[in-house]
Design a protein around this ligand. Structure first.
Ligand code: GDP
Ligand code: MG
Length: 324
């Protein structure tokens, strides 16, 4: 499985005089680009970090593990370079079809990138997940950068200890302590990634930050707001599908979305007393999406039960979790 379909670089196919492709000599100023696979255990802050590096929210974030279910692409353009970050679901022990899908995405991403960015939680010790990930690095010697995240929660001595213990896992090109939440040390991390980039084309046009269709992004924002409000098994049982986004003549955007869960009991929790959970999630999502689209929005949310969808490959497909 390819981690990311590599698009034709912008301007590719332009032929030089005489119909031959122009060869640009490699020089110090050669444009650099590459796919950067962001991997790590669930909840270490991968999505927060990708959003911070790219400078815009491309991936939803929550305090619940396994928030990210798909490969999310975030593009960072800088002077002379383009970094294409691939945020991934965390590495986990698969327990259902959806888990299998997520692990496949994470594995597939590592297999086909120019740089691996391993994100770890500095407040925790290295564990089996990190060891398995490092062992799965596709080629010996693949350029890997280590980001030790959440150092805002650590003192200097603890940070030094975390850098040392995680740094022993692999011959990382660089190890950078960061706080994705506060935006600390991100320039240093960008520089570390830049130093690993090969010469390459601009894969995506400059204005493009992500490849997610609006339908998918909207569904993710709705799911994020629901995750803020529900606990225990419910977050894992929720999937959101956006059925319709249409502009109304009055300039409003009408959005209809279905929130799927696996049991009637979960439906009760999601709707909540007096539809409180659904209303609160809906209001929060609407407000954020109004900022995003720059338009007023009517968000029409419906909750539906789809029994055991996480274990049913055909329903997974319908819900947008497609094995490619
Ligand atoms: P992912 O599962 O690895 O993508 O992790 P998320 O980006 O969804 O973040 C998981 C949780 O960690 C969220 O509650 C974040 O707010 C929190 N988090 C992420 N980065 C930091 C950080 O640098 N410092 C602190 N204190 N919390 C963070
Ligand atoms: Mg994530």
């Amino acid at each position: 499985m390819r981690a990311a379909p590599r698009p034709a670089p912008v301007g590719a196919g332009l032929l030089g005089e005489g119909g031959r492709e122009e060869v640009v000599p490699l020089a110090e100023e050669t444009f650099r680009s590459g796919f950067v696979g962001v991997v790590g255990r669930p909840n270490v802050g991968k999505s927060t970090l990708v959003n911070a590096l790219v400078g815009r929210k491309v991936a939803i974030v929550s305090e619940k593990p396994q928030t990210t279910r798909n490969r999310i692409l975030g593009v960072l353009n800088g002077p002379g370079y383009q970094m294409v970050f691939l945020d991934t679901p965390g590495m986990i022990e698969p327990r259902c079809e959806l888990d299998q899908y997520m692990v496949k995405i994470a594995r597939g991403t590592v297999a086909d990138v120019d740089v691996v960015l391993l994100v770890v939680d500095g407040t925790e010790r290295p564990g089996p997940a990190e060891r398995a990930l490092v062992a799965s690095f596709p080629r010996k010697g693949v350029a890997a950068v280590l980001a030790v995240n959440k150092v805002d929660l650590l003192g200097p001595a603890e940070t030094a200890r975390a850098l040392e213990s995680y740094g022993e896992l692999y011959a990382f090109r660089r190890t950078v302590p960061v706080s994705a939440l506060l935006g600390t040390n991100l320039d240093e991390l960008r520089q570390a990634v830049y130093d690993c980039l090969p010469p390459g084309p601009r894969y995506y046009p400059e204005g493009m930050v992500t490849d997610q269709p609006d339908h998918f992004y909207v569904a993710e924002i709705v799911r994020e707001k629901i995750l803020e409000l529900v606990r225990e098994e419910v977050p894992y049982a929720v999937a959101v599908v956006v059925e319709e986004i249409t502009s109304r003549p009055n300039g409003m955007l009408y959005i209809r979305a279905y929130v799927f869960c696996e049991r009637a009991g979960q439906r009760g929790i999601l709707v909540g007393q007096n539809a409180r959970v659904l209303k609160t999630a809906g209001t929060r999502a609407r407000q954020e999406l109004e900022q995003y689209f720059g338009k007023r929005i009517y968000l029409d949310l419906w909750v539906k039960v789809r029994r055991d969808w996480r274990d049913d490959p055909s329903t997974l497909q319908q819900l947008g979790y497609r094995f490619k």
